[in-house]
Design a binder for this molecule. Structure first.
Ligand code: DQA
Length: 145
């Protein structure tokens, strides 16, 4: 199974940005952990990060065209991007799986983080386990349909 792990805005600043919320590890550390988890699970995983909504939408279109499953941390776009939600819906309605992940637990934080516009069109959501949220998502995808 080919999986694209997509990360939204400000996640390129992991390790520097609010380490008390997101931990001390960087996006580069996440890439390495994902590579090793994917190898263990027999998945082919690719990690990407962008601050651009347009780029994320384009990556979701690509996933549909190439038949890839998706692990998506939409970051702040989670809470208000209908464009991302519509693109995510194309993935799941196309029969592919899309797992929404969060490092922190948005429900334990500010009110504006309590709503995800992506969640209703995701296959499932995993939040609050630090980088392990990504491992759990990969493990769910490796478990098959
Ligand atoms: C986040 C949670 C979002 O509310 C926030 O905007 C982020 C990161 C997380 O992984 O915990 O940028 O998606």
């Amino acid at each position: 199974t080919h999986v694209v792990v997509m990360n939204g805005p400000n996640l390129g600043r992991l390790g520097v940005r609010e380490p008390e919320v997101y931990g001390a590890l960087s996006m580069e550390d996440l890439r390495q952990q994902v590579a090793s988890w994917a190898a263990d699970l027999g998945l082919e995983a690719e990690v990407r990060q962008t601050d651009s909504e347009a780029e994320l939408v384009g990556w979701l279109h690509q996933a549909v065209d190439s038949g890839s499953d998706v692990v998506l941390n939409p970051a702040a776009f989670t809470h208000y991007s209908y464009a991302l939600r519509d693109a995510a819906a194309m993935v799941t309605k196309g029969g592919l799986r899309l797992i929404e992940v969060h490092i922190s637990n948005p429900y334990a934080r500010e009110e504006f983080r309590h709503r995800s516009v992506v969640g209703p069109v995701a296959t499932g959501t995993i939040a609050g386990f630090g980088f392990d949220s990504y491992r759990l998502a990969l493990s769910a995808l490796a478990g098959g349909r």
